[in-house]
Unconditional design. Structure first.
Length: 376
């Protein structure tokens, strides 16, 4: 079997693999190092809607933002609360645009290679990694991996919930949507089996993606999701509509200790590195920040450090425990959070950019008894 050498190999060309490739080739010290991305699954063919908040207007993915909102809404049984999130914006990228953007970069750079070959195994010998695919043997000194084993995480003794969601992108006859604000969480829907909420991304007065989301252990049926969706659309907009796209997925919510390195010694990226925030399911921005860090470390010849146990992991564990064992209390805390704390402070906290002092102010506004019970 032939052995081909690459400077860098990335296993998985999804959200994390592509963002890492982008940061590497745009790094000021990049000198045409060869990069191979291996992904057998063609995940890019399954459309996803990625949203995230960001501060700057000058975002590297600005050119492929599909929609950007300056306001966010939260729905309570007593009504919707819409607020500006300035200086943040909430932006939406279609995964199709994201992959087009990155495949263009791949095609324009002779040093980047993309392959759908199947990875059979990979291991480290001395300073080199050897990756065996169904076609060839590959050798590299820098290996990044987004492969992870969901069963291993689910069978661990960590808390494990699923963020399940199902939604429709619809077109309506009437101009019914408010395109100024995305609805992050509307808690006014039925609360069975876990914490449920509706998520609404209005792209225009006639067009929106509406999803029903549940933080729960039990798998929801499509019938359940569709019944709640229909009821939600009927209650809020009461108009005729055409479904143009369906999205269904589930994202792990766990305090499993993801490691910086895989057991083979490769550098883990994306979900495999715990970049999905356990309590929200957001990962896009965390992956973005991590990709910048990893690209810097690569060119500075620094070995990445193992992840440390931050206080944010502790907060995540407390909320996950509440959501798992007392969903009604978890729901109450989420509602109180959005009622009493400014949306900007919440976004800053979820980005893990807040100071201890800011966190103390935030927690002071929440029912402390429920949190304290989770510690003991
Ligand atoms: C439908 C959906 C919507 C989401 N929406 C948001 C959002 O709005 N905002 C947000 O911040 N986050 C969101 N997330 C969470 C997060 O951004 C994504 O899960 C993100 O795709 C994680 O990046 P990743 O590279 O780790 O995984 P992926 O993007 O799934 O990429 C992993 C890649 O590795 C490949 N791969 C894995 N194992 C193997 C193997 N053994 N052999 C070969 N190839 C393999 C897969 O084919 C895939 O291409 C969403 C997730 C989903 C599923």
């Amino acid at each position: 079997m032939n052995t081909t050498n690459y400077d860098i190999v990335i296993l998985g060309g999804g959200c994390a693999g592509m963002q890492l490739m982008h940061q590497l080739i745009h790094h000021t010290n990049y000198r045409g190092e060869s990069i191979l991305i291996l992904d057998e699954d063609k995940t890019y063919l399954q459309p996803k809607s990625w949203c995230f908040w960001h501060k700057s207007e000058d975002h590297p993915y600005q050119s492929i933002f599909n929609t950007t909102w300056n306001n966010l809404s939260i729905g309570f049984p007593e009504g919707i609360k819409e607020k500006s999130i300035n200086p943040y914006r909430y932006s939406f990228i279609k995964s199709e645009s994201f992959f087009d953007f990155h495949f263009k970069e791949i095609h324009q750079n002779n040093h980047i290679h993309y392959s759908n070959d199947k990875v059979l195994k990979f291991e480290k010998c001395g300073n080199d990694f050897f990756i065996e695919t169904n076609q060839e043997m590959i050798k590299t000194k820098a290996l990044y991996s987004s492969f992870w084993n969901q069963a291993e995480v689910a069978n661990d003794r960590s808390i494990f919930l699923q963020q399940q969601f199902y939604g429709w992108e619809i077109y309506t006859d009437q101009p019914v949507f408010n395109p100024r604000a995305a609805t992050l969480m509307d808690f006014s829907i039925t609360q069975t089996n876990g914490v449920n909420f509706a998520y609404v991304l209005p792209h225009s007065e006639h067009n929106a993606l509406i999803e029903i989301t549940g933080f729960c252990e039990k798998e929801y049926s499509i019938d359940f999701f569709e019944a709640v969706l229909k009821q939600y659309i009927q209650k809020n907009w009461n108009c005729s509509y055409k479904i143009i796209k369906t999205e269904r997925a589930s994202i792990p919510m766990t305090n499993f200790t993801f490691k910086r390195f895989t057991k083979e010694g490769a550098i883990a990226i994306g979900t495999a590195a715990g970049m999905v925030k356990p309590t929200t399911g957001y990962a896009f921005n965390r992956i973005y920040r991590d990709s910048i860090l990893l690209a810097n470390q690569y060119f500075n010849k620094e070995v990445p450090a193992e992840f440390s146990h931050t206080r944010f992991k502790f907060y995540d564990r407390l909320l996950l425990q509440l959501l798992k064992h007392s969903p009604s209390k978890g729901l109450h805390i989420l509602k109180q959070l959005f009622r009493k704390v400014s949306y900007q402070q919440i976004l800053c906290f979820l980005d893990e950019d807040s100071s201890l002092f800011q966190e103390a102010l935030l927690f002071a506004k929440l029912p402390k008894k429920d949190f304290i019970k989770q510690i003991f």
